[in-house]
Ligand binder design. Sequence first.
Ligand code: NAD
Length: 248
Amino acid sequence: IRGASSIAALTGAGISTESGIPDYRGPGGLWETRDLPTISDYLENIETRRSYWQRRLADYPGLAAREPNAGHRALMTLEERGILLAIITQNIDGLHQKAGNTPARVLELHGNVRELRCVDNGHIWTAEYVRDRLVAGEDDPRCEICGSILRTGTVLFGDPLPQQTLQAAVRVSQLCDVMLVVGSSLVVNPAARLPRIAREHGASLIVINRTPTPLDAEADVLIEGEAGPTLASIVTRLDAVRSEDQRL
Ligand code: NAD
């Protein structure tokens, strides 16, 4: 990192657990506690949609109140230092943008919870607007412009990934000189594939995770630890060595 000029961070649910958002495959994560719908089930069954919207309404205040933690802030500091190319994230919580990272530098592979869209024409509605309609009593809200089913802006099981974002993520992986993987179990593609692309194009690979990942053996540096304190300490030490470098 000391010599890096274009770092790419690849973040997963693990960077946000310290903000109080459970991860997916960790103990007590959503994989165990939630039955997430497939896109075809969602589109075909009104009951699936109704229970989805009820859950979303219940989750909304908690998610909107979440704040970035030391890990998100450290990545923001890397951007301020001019050495962060982009953050590729599997997260849908928007905490990188809330921490201050430039939205164009945050590539959301799995979409986000800020926006909802209609399935027929892609008309975009904000989460707040739809929440107000749910609060007012609607249980299967429709697009006010074309009447089609509204859906989350996040990727559901069976959905394709947003292709332009994926292409940008591949490009960033090819361009970066260091890839910093933080809080991802790296068991699903394409996230699991991106660090390999980065390495094939000459980048160093740093993995920071609480638990082992399938890419640990390929990492140049492996840190088994907590995302927030680890990233914060990396930034502090980086600032120290960079000011030392400037003095020399
Ligand atoms: P994952 O749940 O599969 O893996 C998270 C990894 O982070 C685990 O290996 C866990 O041990 C590690 N971890 C947890 N807390 C950590 C911490 N404080 N420091 C270091 N490591 C920590 O997550 P994934 O790989 O991102 O895949 C899950 C999918 O679920 C994502 O695609 C995402 O879309 C979705 N999801 C998103 C959020 C969110 O937006 N915050 C939360 C849950 C799930």
